[in-house]
Ligand binder design. Sequence first.
Ligand code: NAD
Ligand code: UDP
Length: 315
Amino acid sequence: MKNILITGGLGFIGSNTCIYLLEKNFKIFIIDSFLNSSEDILKKIKYLNLQLNNTNKNNLIFFEGDIRDKDTLRNVFKYALKVDAPIDIVIHLAGLKSVSESERNKMLYWDINYKGSKNLIEIMEENNCFSLIFSSSATIYGVNNTILCEDSIIKPINNYGKTKLAVEKLLEEKYISNPKLWNIINLRYFNPIGGHSSGLLGEDSYKNPNNLFPVLCMVANNDRKYLEIYGQDWETPDRTPIRDYIHIEDIAKGHLCAINYLSQRLSGFISINLGTGKGTSVLELIKIFEKVNNKKIDFIFSQRRNGDVAKYVTS
Ligand code: NAD
Ligand code: UDP
């Protein structure tokens, strides 16, 4: 069974992917700086891991650290070797993800998303680990009202998307420089939502959440008075933006498919959209949320958010 390093493994996608892969008997190493997570998430993953039927309970090893620090990354690879579980595949999730914050704090996004990824790739190379699944985003497509496929025009309009595209390009260059060595999948996630079936692992953003779904949950829990809908003048049927929302457990399964795909070939470079092919507007999502949870969601319309686009839906 393969040994997997998950950077940012305590985040929303990381924690759900981690428990899914533990269920499938992988050995998991996590590095996370707690920038947008907490010890509490680690405790929950450990608790869920204990409920699983697998016999090896030493299958989860956590390192607190920042991917911008090469020595920390080196130590993770070194430790894995020491315990006779050299890392086979890295799932690289550590990073920042808010479109609006990326416009306000541009350099921080380049520092963490780009420099952190570059460090990781260099340390992987040092340790003869060449298999990588990278967390890219639909945001890289920019303004495009068509259904998106992997070879649609790529032109990010916000700083977050630009940092993700720069990492994709870096990875492609790495692959081109030695096509027999690197084995890379860019997963371009659309809009992951939901939580683990236990109810324990969801999108617990520790700073002010910016994504629609956690904000909806806050309003439902009376932690916010209302939802602000960013703009009512979009070029869509109900004038609110359309996204392709995909359940987090399907995202977790997508990582297992990516691992299997990497394992079946010696090298390669491919980008894959991870969505459902179904678009839902903000107003439609509110209606579905209200119906499922039997809870009224108050909202107001406000200005468009910087860097937003009308529609992202995959083919
Ligand atoms: P998240 O914020 O919940 O998780 C990211 C994790 O990375 C957090 O636990 C955080 O503490 C950690 N982290 C951040 N900077 C770090 C650093 N320098 N060193 C070590 N750890 C660090 O985000 P998420 O929703 O789980 O997203 C994971 C990845 O997927 C991100 O890179 C994001 O850009 C990408 N992505 C997310 C979405 C989405 O809608 N959730 C969509 C497309 C792409
Ligand atoms: N959105 C909104 N209010 C919020 C958060 C998000 O109206 O408080 C809208 C946002 O404009 C976008 C959609 O919801 O059209 C999804 O936003 P999210 O940040 O979740 O994902 P992304 O912008 O990355 O697709």
